[in-house]
Design a protein around this ligand. Sequence first.
Ligand SMILES: [Zn+2]
Length: 259
Amino acid sequence: MAPRSAGPRAAVPHGRGSPADGTREKVAPRTGPDEAEDRPHRTKDLSVSGIDAISSRILEIQTTISSVSRGLTPTQTSAAASSSSARTAAGTAATSEAFGSALAQAVAAAPAAPAPPAAAPASTAKLDANGIPEGFAAYGNGKIPREALTEITGTGHRLWAPAAQAFDKVLAAAKADGVTIGITDSYRTYESQVDLAQRKGLYSQGGLAAKPGTSDHGWGLSVDLNLDSKALAWMRANGASMGFVEDVPREPWHWTFQG
Ligand SMILES: [Zn+2]
């Protein structure tokens, strides 16, 4: 098989660490007067005490609610209706509750973000022309769902299925030869790549981390190994026959599945 195009493929064996602090939660705080409009499903905002403040808003969107209600299922419409009829004596409160209920259901029924594509079945999986596991490019580097990856048996480390299955064979063969191979890292999320780059520096600048979003760890293709001199020699003699190559200068721990 022809070698895949070279590029900055870097990593370090230690320091998988925790995801970069804060990188998962960089959502602008929702505060201030716009919150109710941004988060209409929070029906608790529509309590009786808030009715005066939002009554004009309710009137303003009555038309919207009517159209929403027409889109509800019979069960949902019935639920909203009974909620309303139970509170007819409460006047505006009933309107508010019906509004909250209908809107909450409408929000729940609204189309969610587009579902990610299904992972390619392992049985037919292969690398595409760019050396990326087929089906993974649509997710993006470091954005692969956990369920689309496969565990290297008994290790807790995950890779693209063919790579994981190949590494199972590496471990078994090494063990049969009396060689111990430790795994320090495998699939790496984008957030972890950012964290690593911040801590270890970019490989292109003399550091040990790939530019976030370009690491082969982010495609579930690379493992970082804990190898003593005997194990390193064993990997160099045997890894390629099982699909794993040492493909980053200065990083003898970093091995990538190339099919
Ligand atoms: Zn690595």
